[in-house]
Design a protein around this ligand. Sequence first.
Ligand SMILES: *Cc1c(COP(=O)(O)O)cnc(C)c1O
Length: 387
Amino acid sequence: MEYLMDTYNRLPVSLVKGKGCWVWDDTGKAYLDLVAGIAVVNLGHCHPEVVRALKYQAGQLFHCSNLFCIPAQETLAELLVENSFSGKVFFCNSGAEANEGAIKLIRRACNANGKRGSTIITFKGSFHGRTLATVAATGQDKFKLGYDPIPEGFKSVAYGDIDALKEAIDQSVGAVMLEPIQGESGINAPPPGFLQQVRALCDAHGLIMALDEVQTGLCRTGRMFAYMHEGITPDIMTMAKALANGFPAGAIIARPEIASVFEPGSHASTFGGNPLAMAAGIATITTMRAKDMAGKSLSRGAHFSKRLNELKAVHPGIRDIRGKGLMIGVEFEPAVGFLAKTGLEKGLLLNVIKDHVLRLVPPLTISIKEIDMAVEILDAMLKEKGL
Ligand SMILES: *Cc1c(COP(=O)(O)O)cnc(C)c1O
């Protein structure tokens, strides 16, 4: 890697082709994909509807500045609103950008309101992206190392601890931002009812509740968005990863009265909402609805979890199995970072977080047969290592 900055610990494989839950490397070897680009390719690789939409749009118009009207943005925004809550949408290109935009929107709304400060409370173990503001929002010091000065205006409290949140709220605070399930730090769900308690606290104090559904969103947890499990509605929500099934796209949706603090010139993006991304996004959401991907995620996730619990019964190295739908974490007592590399040898794409948690986020189209195949390979891998 002579010409690339050394920012990634890459596995020694070059993937060149994908179809459904399978990918192939440059030697023709096949792998069952339990990573899906980290919860990105929710409909599976090269889904025909998304491929068709992209091919058609590529022959029409790649790019068009937001100086001009892009009707497909209105179509996708309407689809997102119909599938979440009443609000207005801003399109960007990634999760960090969506959160960065949400942070700007929160600050502008708080500053316009004037009754409270614009400090945002986030949570320990959270992950919100790699721009400076989203790194500041992220509740993990390792992502901030060496980047001083870190932007101000954030404080983080223990995830799932409603008393700690209560304690942290003062006049300087204007919003609370969180993931419904923490992805990057190990598939950590808060205690039942936590999101409802956060909602109630936000209502009581007049705070904006912002959900980062970049990883949990778009059917990953068995609902279109993870907040829907909890019977609440956020004021702002961000999404990205699976929004266009692998084509770069992100979005912020905000309740109309909050969205209205953005006016022409407040925020912008050159590529955000470009015709190619919108075509892929429309095809993705339409297919998710038509094929009930949320339902599939729920039922196949239940099967996967059941099978993993059978493994847990015979492998003492497994400490915990958790998650929702097809966002599953398998926590191990010993360090299991080696699993990703061993998986490659066995034809399985795996992702391990912090050396101890296997993060399973396969395409939501994975079949029961493919799940069983993955479990058998995992079982053999763990046996070999005496786990
Ligand atoms: C991946 C992720 C992000 C960052 O998304 P990028 O597209 O990599 O910028 C932000 N928040 C959460 C919860 C994520 O999982």
